[in-house]
Structures are given as C-alpha cells and as structure tokens.
Design a protein around this ligand. Structure first.
Ligand code: SF4
Length: 317
C-alpha cells in the first residue's frame, strides 16, 4: 500500500518526467510500486530496444547497473540515470575483464556470445550479446560448426548447449537468486498443489530445470501464464515478475518457488531492491547518479549489442 510520502514522491516524479522530458524504464524485478510508475516495464531485451528508440532526453533506469550501462551504450546522446550505483549484479560481477581476457586466450577461435548481464568491459570483448529471451535463437542463427564461447552464466549456457547441441565452452558464473531455489521445497509445493505448473528461468540449476513444465526468460514466463490454461503456477525466478502476472490475470494463483534458506528472502534480488521510489525522486530531481562511459568503450560495446538487435529483428523477436 502506498503511504502519504510515497504518494507525494510519485506526484513529483510524474511532474518532473514531463518537465525534464524523462522516461522511466523498469525491469520486471523491481518492486510493484516502481513498476506502476514506469513508462515501460520489461525484460532486458525489451528494455534495450526501448532505450534505443525513444525521444526522451533523460532515461531513468529502475534496474541494475549493467542495464543502465546498456541503455547508455545504445543511446550515448541521452543522459542515463541510475538511482543507486550500488545496484550491481552478482552474475555480472562473477566475470571480471582481466580474467575473461585470459579465458578467451585459452579458448581461441570461438565466437564470443555474452549474456547481457555483464559489464560494459565484457561486452566490449564480445562478438554478440544475447538475453535469455533470444539466446537459443542467436546461437541457432550461427552456422552449425561455429565454435562458441559463452559467458557469464553457466546455467543459461548449459541450457543453450543442451537445446542446440553446439560446441560451447562456458564461463563458470551464476546468479545468486536463481541458484538458490530448493528442489525439495518446490517438489513439496507441487505435492500440495498437484495442478500447479512449475515454470523456471534458464538461469536456474539443472535439477530445478529438470522438473519444469516450462522454461523461459522472464517475459516468456509471463506470456506462458497468460496463454496457458492452468490456474496455478510455481514460479522459479525473481518474485517481482509475479506483480505483472497478477496484473495480466488476477484469477490465477502464482506461488514463488522457495529458496533453500527459507529465512533469507533469497528469491528477491537484493541489488534490484536497492531502487526505491524515494531514490527515483532524488535521482530525477538532482539528475544524478549518472552513468558515464568513455566513448571508445561505448563504440566497442555497442557493436555486439547491435548485432544482437539485428539478429533479433531478422528473427522477429
Ligand atoms: S536477479 Fe541475478 S542476474 Fe538478475 S540482476 Fe539480480 S543478481 Fe543479477
């Protein structure tokens, strides 16, 4: 429920958006109050597409740092603001550029496909970026004999490898939220709700993916709950997406998959949840913190993102 002070912030945010010609892009993992004030809510692919094609002077990114960096790389002429620079990502942090350069050297002659959940420096070392929405199709769009180096998520990488049967070497990174789901607790929930379908993000570990009725990106999971005829879902991804699921179809039941440690609230991304309405208000008011990336890095990191967007457009994704 919104309290009085958050109502005040929201009114001011709406006024400043018009005054400053700013838009708010929010990821599905943001809290519901933030999703509701955003001009656009989506997954990484949709948010990148939106960042590249809009008339705003300022993009305020309600998400984590690598997402705001991607927006800046795609729209360098715009000011891109991130309400809290500490909003990082355990997956992006698991792949540092000095280590990645060594990994590339150890595995020469491979096309480097990098998940969007990575820093600008890692993107600049890559040939093609992908998101969980288009990763399988991007790999399939390459010739069958093309050797691939995939980073940074090992679970998504192994999921793609199994689906496409391609020659892939995979960086050993992971997301602390998606790796925390407990298979025992999910199976217990399934026993209590036998009609529920288990829907799983590909960043989850293999045992969890193996019991899934459906595996897909955040937007694919949302679409699935819209079009599928079940009435109950056990949702194994960050809990923020359930807000959109309920908005799309409030008659269905959505149960968050429990983490291994039931006391830790681990199915919430602590980085995503650093963004608050108050921080968005302050950020828009003071026009900082701002994402700044040097020009050379923008040019290098932009190339593989544009390649992803071209392939996605060609495939109608
Ligand atoms: S949910 Fe995982 S991959 Fe997504 S931003 Fe949080 S830590 Fe990174």
């Amino acid at each position: 429920m919104k309290n009085q002070s958050s109502e005040k912030y929201i009114t001011e945010i709406q006024r400043m958006k018009v005054e400053k010609n700013a838009i708010i892009l929010a990821h599905y993992y943001q809290t519901s109050d933030i999703q509701d004030i955003a001009d656009f809510v989506g997954d990484s692919l949709a948010l990148s597409q939106k960042a590249a094609a809009n008339n705003a002077d300022i993009i305020l990114f309600a998400g984590v740092k690598f997402m705001a960096e991607t927006a800046k790389i795609l729209a360098p002429e715009k000011r891109v603001l991130l309400p809290d620079l500490m909003a990082g990502c355990s997956l992006a942090d698991s792949c540092r550029d000095e280590d990645f350069k060594i990994f590339i050297k150890e595995n020469p002659g491979r096309t480097i496909i990098t998940y969007v959940n990575s820093t600008a420096e890692i993107k600049a070392l890559s040939d093609i970026i992908c998101t969980s929405s288009n990763a399988v199709q991007i790999v399939e769009s390459l010739p069958k004999n093309e050797k691939i180096l995939f980073a940074p998520d090992r679970n998504l990488g192994n999921f793609i490898k199994n689906k496409t049967d391609r020659d892939m070497v995979i960086w050993n990174g992971s997301c602390h939220v998606h790796e925390e789901f407990s298979i025992e607790a999910i199976l217990k929930l399934k026993k209590e709700n036998p009609d529920a379908k288990i829907i799983v993000h590909p960043e989850c570990e293999l045992p969890v993916r193996m019991i899934a009725d459906f595996i897909g990106s955040t937007s694919a999971l949302l679409k699935f709950t819209k079009t599928d005829n079940a009435n109950c879902y056990i949702v194994a991804t960050e809990v923020g997406i359930i807000h959109q699921m309920k908005k799309e179809n409030s008659n269905k039941l959505y149960i968050p998959a429990p983490p291994r440690d039931s006391t830790c609230g681990c199915s919430e991304c602590s980085f995503m949840k650093l963004i608050t309405i108050e921080k968005i208000y302050n950020c828009l008011k003071n026009e900082k913190p701002e994402i700044l990336i040097d020009e050379d890095m923008i040019i290098k990191a932009r190339k593989p993102i544009l390649r992803m967007m071209q392939i996605s457009e060609k495939l109608g994704l």
